[in-house]
Design a protein around this ligand. Structure first.
Ligand SMILES: [Fe+2]
Length: 349
């Protein structure tokens, strides 16, 4: 019978760069001409945002933000090493990287032999590890496990796609950053990886290339794509995945990777800061083991709060509900100025 460790983490891209870069998304958003004049300066911001920005344009807060995230990753890595999985499954979004105009699968199991990538080849500026541009990372895949999971999902009525090799991109940032950050101390990452893509960006996956656009270029109406899978469907898919893995002979870490509300997806805040209140209530529900609140959160509310990437976590929550788990550890890293709130959670067996 399979053994399962559940983990929730983030893949916040600016963590790969220096502290000065952590606020770059806000800096760019503020330059957009569509932002109302009153919101262009800290005086017009919510008090907590102003406080976080402080007198040094957020640099002190950036240091604290990094410390909290690195602590979360070190803790997740410790739990992972203690559990010693046969492989890890990572639920992550593809941000117009591997999946583009030619196909956008709702879900896709990447049953690759191996995952090889050079993250700094086209990276602007230094990375926080000072690694050279040609530094290559090799991770083991697990085609057998990928096929097993895809088979189990299909037999359970979840029509997932699968792939044996990359289409456009060697490894999307949701998966790559998760691996880079789970190995923040560069001891290596020995566990085979089965990425499980979720089309979190839905209506904005091609329309805005699943990335940040200024307010004046924020697509709407007919410019939008069809939606992402429904939150309840992601939840149920996670539950089915837990059942499939439970029947396997393996020790498996099921990892959800994403920040929660994103400023650049929250038009009601002029794309300047995330929906802190909405994330807080999801976090309260996580701590309370209130899975119903998670599963019943409508897609319209998720989109309104810029929580598209939370669909990755929706899969994890479904899996943990299915296993009757409550989180054994949680931590929450709130931020108005660093694009998103982040959460770490562990569900130990
Ligand atoms: Fe992402």
């Amino acid at each position: 019978m399979g053994q399962i460790l559940g983990l929730g983490v983030t893949h916040f891209p600016p963590l790969s760069g220096p502290d000065q870069n952590l606020g770059r998304i806000l800096k760019r958003a503020l330059e957009d001409p569509a932002v109302p004049e009153t919101l262009r300066h800290p005086e017009g911001w919510p008090a907590a945002m102003r406080e976080e920005y402080g007198a040094d344009a957020g640099l002190t807060s950036a240091r604290h933000h990094r410390e909290a995230l690195v602590a979360g990753f070190r803790n997740a890595r410790r739990l992972l090493d203690e559990f010693a999985p046969d492989f890890v499954v990572i639920w992550g979004d593809d941000q117009y990287e591997n999946f583009k105009e030619d196909v956008i699968p709702p879900f896709c199991v990447l049953a690759y032999e191996s995952l090889t990538t050079k993250p700094w080849e086209y990276y602007r500026g230094p990375n926080t590890w000072n690694e050279p541009a040609d530094k290559t990372f090799y991770y083991k895949g697990h085609p057998g496990a990928g096929k097993y999971i895809a088979t189990g999902m299909l037999e359970a009525g979840f029509d997932v796609s699968y792939a044996y090799k990359p289409l456009h991109h060697d490894l999307g940032h949701a998966f790559l950053n998760t691996l880079l950050f789970l190995d923040y101390d560069r001891q290596g990452f020995p566990y085979p990886v089965v990425p499980f893509q979720v089309n979190c960006y839905g209506r904005r996956v091609v329309a805005q290339q699943a990335g940040s656009r200024g307010l004046s270029e924020f697509p709407s109406g007919d410019e939008l794509d069809p939606p992402s899978p429904a939150p309840w469907r992601c939840f149920d898919l996670g539950a089915a995945c837990a059942r499939v893995v439970e029947k396997s002979p393996w020790r498996v870490a099921l990892i959800a990777s994403s920040s929660w509300s994103h400023a650049f997806l929250t038009p009601k805040h002029h794309l300047l800061f995330p929906d802190v209140d909405a994330d807080r209530s999801l976090y309260d529900a996580l701590q309370a083991g209130d899975y119903k609140a998670w599963r019943e959160r409508p897609l319209s509310a998720i989109e309104d709060s810029g929580q598209q990437e939370v669909l990755n976590w929706m899969c994890l929550m479904g899996a943990m509900k299915e296993l009757g788990r409550r989180p054994t550890e949680t931590s929450y890293v709130q931020s108005y100025i660093f694009n998103s709130n982040k959460c770490f959670a562990a569900f130990e067996p």
